[in-house]
Design a protein around this ligand. Structure first.
Ligand code: GLN
Length: 210
C-alpha cells in the first residue's frame, strides 16, 4: 500500500478555526445580519469567529461589519470599547474590512450633518436611508465590474444607503443604474446592499483576498 502524495491530503481542507490562508476571519456580532454572513463565509470553507469584545477583535485579521441599524451599532461599538481599536486597526491596515449596508455607513467619511459619527476609513460620503419611501427596500440586478468580473449580481437593498462623492483612487466593484453600490479602497470593501442574503459569493471571496 502506498500512501498518497502529500498535496492530495492537504488541498481542499477548510482552514481550521478561521485560520490560514486569509488569517482569522470575524463577523462583528453586536447587532444585525450576523448569521447570514457567518453562513456565507462557511460556504467558502472559512470558520468565522463572532466578535463582541476587544480581545476577539485583537485576534482577527479580517472583519465583516454587517447590516443592521448604524446608530445602534455605533452605540454598541462605543459601549463595548471597540470603536477606537477598530478604527486604529483599519487605519493602520492591519485589519481587512467588509462593511455591508449599516456597516458601510459606519466606515464612510465622517460628517457633521448626519448621525451616527462615522469611522472615516473609506473616503466616501454615505447617505443613510437614501432611496426614499417608494423604493425603501427592493431586490434588483446590479452590474459587476473590475475585480468582481462581468456577471451581474443580485442586489438585496434594505433601507439602503447611497454613496456620494467618492474620493480619488476608489475602485468601483458594482453599479446599479450607473451609480456605485459596491467599492473598494485599500483593504476595505463597502457595499450598500446585502450580498450575504443572495447566493453569489464573489464579494465575500474578494474580501478574503484583501
Ligand atoms: N437604514 C439602516 C441604517 O441607517 C441600514 C439598513 C441596513 O443595514 N439594511 O443604519
Amino acid at each position: 500500500m502506498t500512501s498518497p502524495p502529500e498535496e492530495s491530503n492537504s488541498s481542499a481542507q477548510p482552514p481550521a478555526g478561521g485560520g490560514a490562508p486569509g488569517g482569522v476571519v470575524g463577523v462583528l456580532a453586536l447587532q444585525g445580519a450576523v448569521a447570514p454572513h457567518l453562513a456565507a463565509l462557511a460556504e467558502l470553507g472559512v470558520d468565522p469567529v463572532e466578535v463582541r469584545t476587544t480581545e476577539a477583535l485583537a485576534a482577527v485579521d479580517r472583519l465583516v461589519i454587517p447590516g443592521g441599524e448604524s446608530t445602534t451599532l455605533d452605540h454598541l461599538l462605543r459601549t463595548e470599547g471597540l470603536r477606537e481599536p477598530l478604527r486604529q486597526r483599519a487605519l493602520d491596515r492591519s485589519l481587512a474590512l467588509f462593511g455591508t449596508c449599516a456597516g458601510a455607513i459606519l466606515l464612510g467619511r465622517d460628517r457633521e450633518d448626519e448621525r451616527p459619527r462615522r469611522l472615516g476609513v473609506v473616503d466616501v460620503t454615505v447617505d443613510r436611508n437614501a432611496y426614499g419611501r417608494q423604493m425603501d427596500s427592493f431586490i434588483g440586478p446590479i452590474e459587476a465590474e473590475g475585480a468582481l468580473g462581468a456577471e451581474p449580481l443580485e442586489g438585496v437593498f434594505i433601507r439602503a444607503p447611497r454613496f456620494r462623492d467618492a474620493g480619488e483612487g476608489i475602485e468601483v466593484l458594482a453599479r446599479r443604474g450607473g451609480e456605485a453600490v459596491a467599492l473598494r479602497q485599500a483593504r476595505t470593501i463597502l457595499c450598500t446592499f446585502h450580498p450575504e442574503l443572495s447566493s453569489d459569493r464573489r464579494l465575500h471571496r474578494l474580501f478574503l483576498d484583501l
